[in-house]
Ligand binder design. Structure first.
Ligand SMILES: [Zn+2]
Length: 266
């Protein structure tokens, strides 16, 4: 495949969201998540935050605490975007993940999340939209960190009051593989609770060889990634070509059913 890359490089020193000078480093993983995990741990039990696939084990890094520079993005956002602009998104995520932490066992059993119980009956739609925007802010930061220009559709979605997702896929599922890994000897003495696998960057004539057969015969470029918080996995894809079939906002219903997967092949 000799097709030239369509994805442009991220303009260095700029905020990928608004284009102004970047002067703020977003946390890759929320401090509240790290504090919650650290609080229950002995000092020797550090968190792994890996930029690479768990199978290779080649780039695992040990983080000493919630303020580690390992878990901050470089300055790829400006302060306005990272703080005031995204405050409601950050808050929606914090509420969501606090609920998950409190009801983790039940969520694992029932494999569903009722957004109304987290956000309330009258406001869950708005708050789930904010939660989605938090996840896409994270996605944009990871894409820019890797040196790729973030597709305009991401900033357009963040700026839009409506739930429009042109060229973006977003999902959530449960994955037990990290728990299995922790239980196995592979994990050694460490506990693996927060995990950022490598991004997948695809430049293809078509993606008919993937599960997304619906987009067959269409030239498609996309970047995808995942973020594990405990067993909860957030996944996203940002497409760089216009899709024939527009994507639908994934969290339209008050109850979201979580599929159980095991991403690590044993
Ligand atoms: Zn900005």
């Amino acid at each position: 495949m000799t097709e030239a890359r369509k994805v442009q490089p991220h303009p260095a020193g700029k905020c990928w969201w608004c284009g102004k000078p970047g002067d703020s480093g977003e946390h890759k993983v929320k401090k509240t998540d790290l504090r919650r995990i650290f609080t229950n741990k002995k000092e020797s039990e550090s968190i792994f935050l890996s930029p690479t696939a768990v199978e290779t084990n080649s780039k695992l890094r040990i983080m000493q605490g919630p303020d580690s520079k390992l878990i901050k993005f470089p300055n790829i956002l400006c302060k306005v975007c990272n703080n005031a602009q995204s405050q409601p998104f950050d808050r929606a995520y914090t509420d969501f993940i606090a609920y998950y932490a409190r009801h983790r066992e039940r969520i694992m059993d029932e494999r569903s999340i009722d957004f109304r119980k987290i956000y309330g009956r009258s406001t869950w739609r708005r708050e789930v939209l904010h939660l989605s925007k938090y996840l896409l802010k994270h996605a944009g930061c990871r894409i820019a960190e890797q040196g790729f220009k973030v597709n305009e559709s991401v900033a357009a979605f963040l700026n839009s009051p409506a739930a429009e997702l042109p060229g973006i896929h977003l999902g959530m599922h449960l994955d037990t593989s990290l728990q299995n890994l922790v239980a196995s000897e592979t994990a050694g003495e460490f506990e693996l609770r927060v995990f950022l696998p490598d991004l997948d960057v695809h430049f293809a004539e078509s993606i008919s060889d993937t599960a997304f057969g619906v987009f067959k015969e269409q030239r498609l470029y996309y970047i995808s990634g995942k973020m594990f918080i405990d067993s909860l996995v957030f996944e996203w894809q940002v497409f760089y070509e216009e899709l024939k079939s527009p994507l639908r906002f994934p969290f339209r219903k008050p109850v979201y059913n979580l599929i159980l997967t095991d991403s690590v092949k044993h």
